[in-house]
Ligand binder design. Structure first.
Ligand SMILES: *[C@@H]1O[C@H](CO)[C@@H](O)[C@H](O)[C@H]1NC(C)=O
Ligand SMILES: *[C@@H]1O[C@H](CO)[C@@H](O)[C@H](O)[C@H]1NC(C)=O
Ligand SMILES: *[C@@H]1O[C@H](CO)[C@@H](O)[C@H](O)[C@H]1NC(C)=O
Ligand SMILES: [Cu+2]
Length: 412
């Protein structure tokens, strides 16, 4: 037995909460991974979440969402093997369903899975501006989770990755060890791959973790990657076939390449996530530190958690900022970012729920991304087009009742 089951029943904390209101979230933990400082902070934060929800319910603004009926997104290793395999099967199912993205614009989109890649690649600049980075990815993940559930009969929710669990030895982790209940293994060694340049940082390269070639083990070893690469791909020295279309939207069938990389992962340890959440009362500080701006000094892994999280597994398409959702681990990484944002918001929901970054240094190494945005957050929308209809941007700031109650989930 590797799971322990417990039910966390939080005390009713707030005067004014309705008498029968109590949160009841099943906490399932894999004892191989003791709670880290962020897990503990998250547990401590649940009292604030409870108070926030009680207030919202009292005001009649929860859109039917309560902590009793909220979905729970869990860490990959906290799922049972059966649950992991059910998730994997659903992703493989999405890779077999026919695409809906416009065929003339995306002849390379071969499946429903690719529909999401097509959207991300064609809206990369907008998706990653300060206004959209957090809420648009929240919506993007939600719609993906819905596709897995509604079109592929998946009964769970999108897992996230707690980088800290895998940072010291990612290749032998439950996420990347290459067995049937992992998300696939490392890429074969490719001596041409030396690492990912990080201009402006010291050190200025995320050195190769020893992979770089095709994934040869696990459920995604036969996956066909089609869209990309794009001009944003940082891997021009490698022998990745060129896309027939200059913007990467054509069909370019090739293998999934990875470099499962400890040097990247070590930039996303729990102490860093803890400092990110607790040292920034302002959303700009949170946003910039997440992106590694300004570059941390005297730090062997000064990438920022966002970059670190992408390059734990990246290569093609995972390391191409435009087509990164083409590696299914993308959704674990952005689930992790979504979780950190949520924990940050919930430290002071009144002040932080609708806080929007104003900009800053952009995304290092990703020209044209992460720069400022002049849009008014109160009128901005997120329109995923062929994936989902438009919603107001600030609706996707609230995962417990936002978007008419469609968002109703917590992370455990
Ligand atoms: C999902 O379940 C429904 C109802 O049982 C079934 O008709 C459908 O084929 C299933 N879809 C997939 C992709 O397995
Ligand atoms: C895959 O590896 C994980 C982590 O070591 C383990 O818990 C799981 O049982 C393995 N799954 C299979 C199918 O061997
Ligand atoms: C964050 O705050 C902690 C104390 O809570 C401090 O020890 C640490 O140096 C700070 N880190 C940064 C990056 O400012
Ligand atoms: Cu993205």
């Amino acid at each position: 037995m590797w799971t322990i089951r417990g039910v966390l029943v939080l005390a009713q904390l707030l005067v004014g909460a309705s008498a029968d209101y109590r949160s009841k979230i099943e906490v399932i933990r894999n004892p191989a991974f003791p709670l880290d400082v962020v897990d503990k902070l998250e547990e401590d934060t649940m009292a604030k979440v409870e108070a926030y929800m009680a207030k919202k319910i009292a005001a009649g603004k929860n859109n039917g969402c309560t902590l009793e009926n909220a979905a729970v997104r869990r860490e990959w290793s906290d799922l049972s093997n059966e649950q992991r395999e059910e998730y994997i099967a659903a992703v493989q199912c999405l890779m077999k369903l026919p695409p809906r993205a416009p065929k003339d614009r995306f002849p390379g989109a071969l499946s429903r899975f690719d529909d999401f890649v097509a959207y991300h690649m064609s809206h990369a600049a907008q998706l990653h501006d300060p206004l959209h980075l957090f809420p648009a990815h929240k919506q993007f993940l939600y719609v993906y989770e819905q596709a897995l559930r509604n079109e592929c009969n998946y009964t769970g929710y999108q897992p996230y990755e707690n980088y800290d669990r895998y940072a010291r030895d990612p290749i032998h982790s439950p996420l990347f060890n290459g067995n049937a209940s992992s998300m696939g293994g490392n890429g074969a060694p490719d001596p041409q791959y030396t690492g990912l340049p990080q201009p402006g940082r010291t050190p200025n390269i995320i050195k190769s973790g020893g992979g770089g070639g095709c994934v040869t083990e696990g459920p995604f070893k036969d996956m066909v990657v089609s869209l990309g690469p794009t001009s944003m791909s940082p891997y021009h020295g490698l022998s990745i076939p060129k896309n027939p279309r200059s913007d990467g939207t054509g069909s370019n069938p090739r293998c999934l390449r990875r470099d499962v990389n400890r040097n990247a992962a070590m930039g996303a340890t729990a102490d860093r996530a803890y400092s990110l959440i607790t040292n920034n009362s302002n959303i700009d500080g949170f946003y910039n530190q997440l992106l590694g701006n300004p570059p941390p000094k005297n730090d062997p892994y000064p990438w920022g958690i966002h970059t670190a999280g992408h390059y734990i597994h990246a290569l093609d398409p995972g390391g191409d900022p435009a087509t990164s959702p083409g590696d299914p681990v993308f959704y674990f990484h952005h689930g992790a970012i979504d979780r950190l944002w949520w924990i940050w918001q919930m430290q002071d929901p009144d002040a932080r729920l609708n806080a929007v970054p104003t900009g800053g240094g952009g995304m290092p190494g990703m020209p044209g991304m992460g720069g400022g945005s002049a849009q008014d957050p109160s009128t901005a929308v997120i329109d995923l087009e062929w994936l989902a209809g438009p919603i107001k941007l600030l609706e996707a700031h609230d995962q417990l009742g936002g978007n008419g109650g469609a968002f109703c989930y917590v992370y455990v």
